[in-house]
Each structure stands twice: as C-alpha cells, then as structure tokens.
Design a protein around this ligand. Sequence first.
Ligand code: SF4
Length: 480
Amino acid sequence: MANPVTVDFPRNFTKALNDGQLRRNLRAAMDTLGLRRRNLFSDPEAFEQLRARGDAIRRRALSKLPQLLEQLERKCTENGIQVHWAETPDEANRICLEIMQRHNATRVIKGKSMVSEEMHLNHFLEERGIEALETDLGEYIIQLDHETPSHIIVPAIHKNRDQIARLFHEKIPNTPYTEVVEELNAIARKILREKFFAGEVGVSGVNFAVAETGTLCLVENEGNGRMCTTAPPVHIAVMGLEKVVERLEDVPPLLRLLTGSATGQLITTYFNMISSPRKPDEKDGPKEVHLVLLDNGRTQIWADPELRQTLKCIRCGTCLNHCPVYTRLGGHAYGYVYPGPIGSILTPQLEGLENAGAMATASTFCGACEEVCPVKIPIVDILRRLRIEAYNKVDSPHAVKGHGYKVNAMESLTWKGWALSNATPWVNALNAKLLGLLGPQLPRLPAPDIVKKWTQSRTLPKFASKSLHVLAKEKGLSDE
Ligand code: SF4
C-alpha cells in the first residue's frame, strides 16, 4: 500500500483510542517487553557504559559514512556480492524487479525488512505479477490480514492470541480453530516450510553491514531469515545506507544493545553473517547475492549535523514501547511505515514536512524515548526542530523538505500579539486585567473553530481573576 499524501491523524487517533481491545493488547505486550528489557539491563552503570559505546560507534560510522560506504562496496564486490545504489524507493524496487525477472522468478520469499516496507516492495511486485511471501511469523500474520506492520520489531503486536487463532481459521484453508500457541506455530511453520523451497529469490533486510570485511549481519529469532538467505538460488539484501559500521568489533556491543532493547534477550536465536555467495566447494547457499543500498533522502539528513543523529538508529523499537502516545494508539494510527518516536523524527525527514509534518506533533515531549534509546538519539531536540521548521521558513542550507508549510496569517498575527504583549508592560497589564474579568466566563462564550479544535483534547486553562502583580501589591510586596 502506497503512503497516502496526507494522513487523517485526528480520525486515526480517535479510532485507535476507542478500540479497547487494541489498547489491552498493546498494554499487555508493552508490559512484557518493558519488564524483560529492565531485567536484562538491571545495572544502570553498566548500561550507561554500553550505551556510550553504542553511541560512539554509531557516531564514528556516520562521521565517515561516504568512505565506509565506498569501502563496503569494494569489500562486498571482492567477496562476490553485487552492490547496487538506489536514490529512491522506486529505483530500489526496479533494481529488485530486474534481478527477479532475469531469473524468471514469480515467487519470492521475504525475511523481515523495514526498508522493504519503506519501498512498498510487496505491492510493487504484486502489481507486476510476482508474489512476495513474508516468512517472519508476525509479518506472515499481518500479510494474511492485508495489514502493514504496526511495530518495527513486532509487526503484529496489535493482535492477541484469539485474533490470530480466528485469522488462521478463516484465512488458511482446512485449519481448525485453536488458541494453543504451539499449534498456531506449527500451522504457520508447515505452510512456510513448503514456501521456502518454492521461492526463487530470497529478500532480506540488513541490521549491520561491516565495511572492513564486506559482511552483512542479520539478527533474527525464527530461522526464517537464514532460510530466505540460503534456500533460494538468489538472495537480495536491501538496506538503508546508514546501516554501515566500520569494523567487525563494532558489531557485538551494538548487537547487545539491539537485542536487549528490542526483546530483552541477551542474544537472539540466530545471528547470520553473510559474506559471499556460495563458493565452489560449498553445498548450500545462494549462487548470487545482491546488496541494494537505498538513500531515499538519507544523504540530505546526513548533511545536517543535528538531524544526522536520526541515522544512528539501530531500529530496536524500544522508544515505541516506552512512548505514552504509541502505547495507547499502536502503529497504524500514525499512517506511515515508521511509527512512534523514531517514526516521528524520521518520517517527516524522509517524506517532507508538508506531507508528514504532523508526525512531529504526535509526542508529549516527555523524553521517555530519549531516556531509553540505546544509542542516545536526542529525539526531543529533533522533534522540536521539526516543529519549528514546520511553521517557519528557516534560513538554513539543510532545512527539512517542505519547511514553513504551516505558516498562516492568523497564526503569525497571534504570535506577534503575544510578543507585543510580553514586551510592553502596559499592554500586558491591560491583557491581564481583561482576562481576569473575562476568565471565568470564557468557557461559556462561543469559541472560534480553532479554539474548539484545540480544546477537543485539552482542558482550557482557567485564568485567575487577579494577576500576580495585583496579588503582590495587595500583600504589600514589591511587584518587581
Ligand atoms: S530511536 Fe533509539 S530507541 Fe528508537 S528505535 Fe532507534 S535506536 Fe531504538
């Protein structure tokens, strides 16, 4: 499904807030994930040291991004991996399609990949007669229900066991209704097993790409990633170009931070390191491996020192699990591929503020996301920057696409009035007096539309009948 040009946030949010089942499902899942993460990182000092290391590794990689990408391309090519560069999602899709068509593929199997979601690859292939089957259990579940992922790590987090049982029963022919987790797993496993061997091309994401060795690292728990990258004769790995790290020794600390933050695991069940296609003396593995590097606005983000920090993200999803907005709405309400705090800073930069600027307003500014982020991304500062840029045309060589889209005469007049009032004592005193007199009556007065919208989800502040200056004077205190 292609992204809509505009997303109806108020409607999405209201729908999500009124869905009691969704909120219960999210609450249960978040409590479990949060507890597991807290148990794993129970020593705050050790965690801070690890975070500082993760932050430093990601900063170093980004500071040398152009050189590291060139080195990665060189090393991968030496290893026999074919590297492709794509500036836009459309270009990346066409590269994948061309490889698939060259191999007469009509069916591809996919491991979990947020970048392929960003490209809307499944939809693109489907329109051209190629079936793309998701093999990650969560992705498989949502694909059955024609949905998109609602979480970066746990795509079907919005569904509970009963809903999945019903879905399997209704959508998979001859499947009896069962809520037993082992039986549900067995049903999915049986179907996916057959598909693994029928897939002509395997598609996967990349968690880390190591420049010094040309190694593609893939983190997963189900073994489906390993199947997708070894069973078919062709493997295509798609990655955002920020995923590169400099050295192999950078991977273990990042892996610890990723698995610990995402699922509270010390390490995942599978950790795949792909360094070449099958060698002549090897019995399995693909004969061709391709790496597609997607830009899609990342170089523009990288060019700005503050916004660049967005690219440190290792997609652990923990900021989602701790966000008071995400945990009440789930991912679909945001309407874009990346939801939650990371989505709120990444999406407006990828899609432009005029399209996705409202994402930056989906935050309470509580800072919980920033506090848990394993690579210390200053999410709140970036959110603030995006909000300012949404309203003002700033004079900056690295302004976010579509900045200044919300400037309107009414708003700029309001803020000018606000500035005048606060800079001119007699105007301020007059305003305070008027609000003091009118204050108690305000909720009863007919409000303009803009105020009505604002107070739909907020309480109108009560204005005191006397200002602080007046109270100070009455008590015989200096009002200075
Ligand atoms: S912003 Fe931080 S917490 Fe959120 S997904 Fe990225 S690395 Fe994880």
